[in-house]
Design a protein around this ligand. Structure first.
Ligand code: SAM
Length: 284
């Protein structure tokens, strides 16, 4: 079967698979950092891609944004100061700001055009950008973390592109060392960590690098994500202090978050690991 130009297709040579959505391209631009495209799809609403990889769609972004924010924030005793690295579509910022304990949330995105296009095509993700607790900073997250005041952050959320191009340095020991320095003693980091089916060795390397950098514990959580390779995605949590991961699963507080996917059951389920993943992480 040949696909005509009315299909967006992301081929993944390394796994011999591809993901497609029917629709038409309405915008394309090359920024100093990457190529951004916007597609109007038939069944997933708007789709943003970066360098040919799916980033965010109207239909399924809630899965990723809720699961990259709430399990980690509800595992920290009192997350007041949050820094999001990447996340320029502002969907993670929106979820983080739903937590009343959060006093400041800073989004450090390298490419301002991602945010400007999100304001245009995904306004529902940007509806909390004017919250007085929010700061939108445009610059490199790697440098920002190097310069961060020691012991100043409760939670770092790394909502980045895949570990290539400007995001490559966000997936290694050197960056994690800067994160540890910037975190408070009971601080935590959560990072998107790709597919537990296709990228297990990357997940193992990430957890090993986090622990080598000095994080006392690492944990994996997983959730469905239709538009990403394999349709199954993960986040990795690294805790500065051992035994710090506590679940604050207050039903009333969770209901107030007004989520579509996240609740106390999906929180618990996200940390329940399949056998082969558990074994792989034990070896990491
Ligand atoms: N949910 C997506 C995924 O997992 O594929 C990520 C979405 S978000 C749009 C990723 C963002 O990370 C992009 O906007 C990109 O510009 C940003 N980014 C990549 N490297 C960065 C860096 N070094 N500092 C700050 N932001 C970075």
């Amino acid at each position: 079967m040949t696909l005509d130009r009315s299909w967006f297709t992301e081929p993944m040579e390394s796994t011999g698979t591809a993901f497609s959505l029917k629709g038409e391209k309405v915008h394309e631009e090359q920024t100093p950092y990457q190529k951004i495209e916007i597609w109007k799809t038939e069944s997933f609403g708007w789709l943003m891609t970066i360098d040919g990889c799916t980033m965010v769609s109207t239909r399924d972004n809630f899965l990723y944004h809720e699961m990259m924010s709430h399990p980690a924030l509800n595992s920290h005793p009192d997350p007041q100061t949050v820094v999001i690295v990447g996340g320029g579509d502002c969907g993670t910022l929106r979820e983080v700001l739903k937590h009343p304990q959060v006093k400041s949330a800073t989004q450090v995105e390298i490419d301002e055009r991602v945010t400007r296009l999100s304001e245009q095509y995904f306004p529902e993700l940007c509806d909390r950008n004017d919250d007085p607790r929010a700061t939108l900073f445009f610059g490199d997250g790697i440098q920002w973390m190097k310069d961060a005041a020691p012991g100043s952050i409760d939670m770092i959320v790394i909502d980045s592109t895949d570990p290539v191009g400007p995001a490559e340095g966000l997936f290694g020991k050197r960056f994690y060392l800067d994160c540890i320095k910037a975190l408070k003693p009971d601080g935590m980091l959560v990072q998107q960590s790709e597919s537990p089916l296709l990228h297990l060795s990357l997940i193992q390397e990430m957890h090993a690098a986090m622990r080598e950098a000095g994080f006392a514990e690492t944990h994996l959580l997983h959730f469905p994500q239709v538009i990403y390779p394999s349709g199954w995605w993960s986040g990795s949590i690294a805790c500065k202090k051992a035994g710090a991961l506590a679940s604050r699963l207050d039903e009333q507080a969770i209901a107030a978050l007004d989520c579509k996917y996240y609740n106390a059951d999906t929180h618990r389920g996200a940390f329940a690991l399949p056998t082969y993943v558990r074994q792989a992480l034990a070896r990491a």
